[in-house]
Design a protein around this ligand. Structure first.
Ligand code: NAP
Length: 290
């Protein structure tokens, strides 16, 4: 799957390297700098047309083209992106990727999107983020994150089926039950990922990831993360795309854990982490392999 380039990603990359301010860069981007660059190669072009700042301008064009090649961005739909972990994923990815926050209700998606945009803008980040109903979000995406509670996965997939083509689906779903403490409650197929596989049409590639990441830590963009993310899936290319998306969140380290059925073990770690947090009073635990 190809990564495409977004303006937010380019702008952030440039600012992070301190090349130019985001405003001046946007003016280069939106103000016709590229057309100007190409115009010098046209037959009617005369050297006397040069502006005094031509050399500086040309430099900018070359830097821009080099940077274009370095900034890859994807279109990511987060279904249930209005919820706890959806918020963190949206905030962390929207600075580089084009994020579609999905919901059953457009107004709720838009309210969450406004909130996320404000958080990012207040911290000086630019972002590309849009609120949509779940099917619209899927229709516009290369990668779709299933971020709804296990009980509602099946009904959510029914609503998006007509819009599934060859997207990569990421399941972060953990079936759990509470009985004073938390227990893993897998379906007959062994785990959420294996069940979801059976619900998806052919051609869609399912990857399982992010189960052991705390929503709270992810959503606090000032919090420095330092944990592993286990990735399970049967399609190597899709696993690699998800691995790159994990890397795009600073402090998260992707680890391929095996084919999709390994997700049954990875999912079962989450209730353990929640119990550990409760009984040891250490909040929002994650996994780090040493
Ligand atoms: N929270 C964590 O720390 C964490 C960590 C790892 C994995 N996970 C997994 O990530 C998934 C989301 O967890 P979460 O804590 O973010 O859940 P959540 O906040 O309780 O819910 C997420 C979203 O699911 C949607 N939803 C609720 N009821 C629904 C229904 N009946 N039908 C369709 N959609 C419905 C809602 O979106 P709309 O109302 O906008 O449609 C809601 O905002 C779960 O499968 C969980 O196991 C969570």
């Amino acid at each position: 799957m190809q990564r495409t380039r977004s303006r937010a990603g380019i702008s952030r990359f440039i600012r992070s390297r301190g090349y130019v301010s985001s405003d001046s860069w946007c003016s280069v981007f939106g103000g016709g700098a590229l057309p100007h660059f190409f115009s010098i190669n046209q037959p009617g072009y005369k050297s006397s047309d040069q502006k005094p700042d031509f050399v500086v301008s040309l430099h900018k064009h070359f830097i821009y083209i080099i940077i274009l090649g370095m900034c890859d961005s994807m279109k990511i739909a987060i279904l249930g992106g209005t919820g706890s972990i959806g918020e963190g994923l949206a905030l962390r990815w929207a600075v580089k990727h084009e994020v579609f926050v999905g919901s059953r209700k457009l107004e709720k998606a838009q309210a969450s999107t406004d909130k996320y945009r404000k958080i990012l803008e207040e911290s000086g980040d630019t972002c590309t983020i849009t609120g949509c109903v779940n099917p619209d979000a899927v229709d516009r995406a290369d990668v779709v994150v299933l971020s709804v509670p296990y009980e509602h996965v099946s009904s959510t997939i029914e609503t998006i089926k007509p819009y599934l083509r060859d997207q990569i689906i990421i399941s972060i779903v953990v079936p759990m039950k509470k009985n004073g403490h938390f227990l893993y409650a897998p379906p007959e197929s062994g785990c959420a990922a294996m069940e979801i596989q059976g619900l998806l049409p052919e051609g869609v590639k399912l990857v399982s990831a992010f189960h052991n990441v705390s929503a709270k830590k992810l959503a606090d963009i000032n919090n420095k993360l330092d944990m592993d993310v286990f990735i399970c899936g049967d399609n190597e290319e899709a696993n690699n795309v998800v691995s790159d998306l994990v890397k795009d969140i600073p402090g998260l380290n992707p680890m391929i854990a095996g084919p999709l059925e390994v997700s049954c073990m990875v999912e079962s770690i989450t209730p353990l982490l929640v119990n550990l947090a409760k009984f040891t009073k250490k909040k929002h635990l994650g996994i780090k392999s040493v």
